[in-house]
Design a protein around this ligand. Sequence first.
Ligand code: ATP
Ligand code: MG
Length: 255
Amino acid sequence: MIAIEGLSKSFETARRSSHTALADISLNVAAGEFVSILGPSGCGKSTLLYIVGGFVPPTEGTVAVNGKPVTGPGPDRGPVFQEFALFPWKTVLGNVMYGLLERGMARSKAEERARALIGLVHLKGYEHFYPKELSGGMKQRVAIARTLAYGPSILLMDEPFGALDAHTRTGLQNELLDIWERDRKTVLFVTHSVEEAVFLSDRVVVLTRSPGRIKQTVAIGLSRPRRRAQLLVDRRYQTLVVDIERLMDAPEEAP
Ligand SMILES: Nc1ncnc2c1ncn2[C@@H]1O[C@H](COP(=O)(O)OP(=O)(O)OP(=O)(O)O)[C@@H](O)[C@H]1O
Ligand SMILES: [Mg+2]
């Protein structure tokens, strides 16, 4: 579904020297697969997601979605990035409806769909609240509902739960898995948390220090549906977490 081939990205810096953020990334993600990207800060994880989203062009290599080269953003790929703030002057309902109205959906239909999604992310009763009246976790759920509203088959999630407390984060992980198990969306998920990556994913891709290359891809063969409380005492889960942590700490071989 997502075919990334020989992808590299260099940025021109202010001093005119070029800085390589990503080097030679090749990765195929199957339809309905949940893939997480782990790696040190600055290794190019966000850059990779922006390129797949079509927000940033690659320097070398190609990205194709369903066989079609990515040349810009599209409704098939839904970003959930922390920087994509909600509209502060719109209510929860207004924020979730926004993309639907933009795309020409009739108001009554857009409202019906938005209300259903607000229920899905457990925000029923908050339809007329403004973002500033919501907690961080609630805002992030609105952002997820807003992205789900226009029905992307691919979710591109850049540390969507990074700023949340552990309890809220766990709740949202469970909600995301529920949604994913229902709709089987293809998910590319960036996180700093090894536990989060193992809990959620079918595969975890570990990148090297900058410039990011693929260090190793680890298949997470844990059965689904997954329950966090059960996994925490599951030896296979614990082993995967420890192995991936070791992998991230291991010195890098020269390319
Ligand atoms: N627009 C830009 N212009 C110049 N350099 C950039 C730009 N965007 C990113 N970079 C550089 O590319 C590298 C990778 O950045 P990126 O944000 O992708 O890292 P990251 O893995 O997401 O880091 P973090 O885990 O801290 O979010 C960094 O060295 C950064 O300085
Ligand atoms: Mg980032």
